[in-house]
Write a protein that binds this ligand. Sequence first.
Ligand code: ADP
Length: 221
Amino acid sequence: MILLGLTGGIGSGKSTVSLMLSAKGAVIIDADAIVKELQEPGQPLLKELADEFGASILRQDGSLDRLALAEIAFADKDKVAALNKIVHPAVGKEMSRRLEEQRGTGNVVVLDIPLLAENPREGLCGVIVVDIPVDTAVARLMEQRGFSEVDARARIANQASREKRMAIADRVIDNAGSLDELRVQVDEVWTWAVSLPPAAPDAGRQVPRDDNPVAEPAPGT
Ligand code: ADP
């Protein structure tokens, strides 16, 4: 298995790159997608969240009202910490389960983690960072994902800086240009990725640390 990390700030185009890599044959383990799956009705995580933050975070059909949860959970640091304490271990466990399934295969496996710079992983064969100027990210989030400018800037300010992400990059994809220009860079990154030596048997574990970044929203919330 060749194990890669993929990260980028919100609106950088990380999900778009992930899709392009998947089309090339990569196995994507997507932290945000896992959070959403684990928050589906009937999942134990959703019940834990409702027990902690109250039934007002649920819609009438029993699904999670993300906005309601965000409004309650991001009101103060203790609540963010409580949210992270519920969500992070569950996501971590599911990511590990999917990673274990891939060990011993010859696949290129991509850990798609928005907060990889804040939560590093051991033994990755390489890290890909999707980079974009803040103003371009804000414009795309507003035009294509319906964010207000204030929200877009607040979400970006809550994440690691571009510099902090760049510091962990082995390959940087510059997504300030067109989708065609992006595709060319993804092709190059793929050629690089498949030539890498395989990962060590225990690669991909989260680097232990005590400074939980309580100011960061959990992925997917
Ligand atoms: P992220 O996953 O990093 O938050 P997305 O991949 O969702 O970002 O990209 C944000 C938005 O910008 C999406 O609507 C996506 O389709 C669009 N997008 C991504 N790359 C480009 C590009 N090069 N040109 C124009 N739009 C883009």
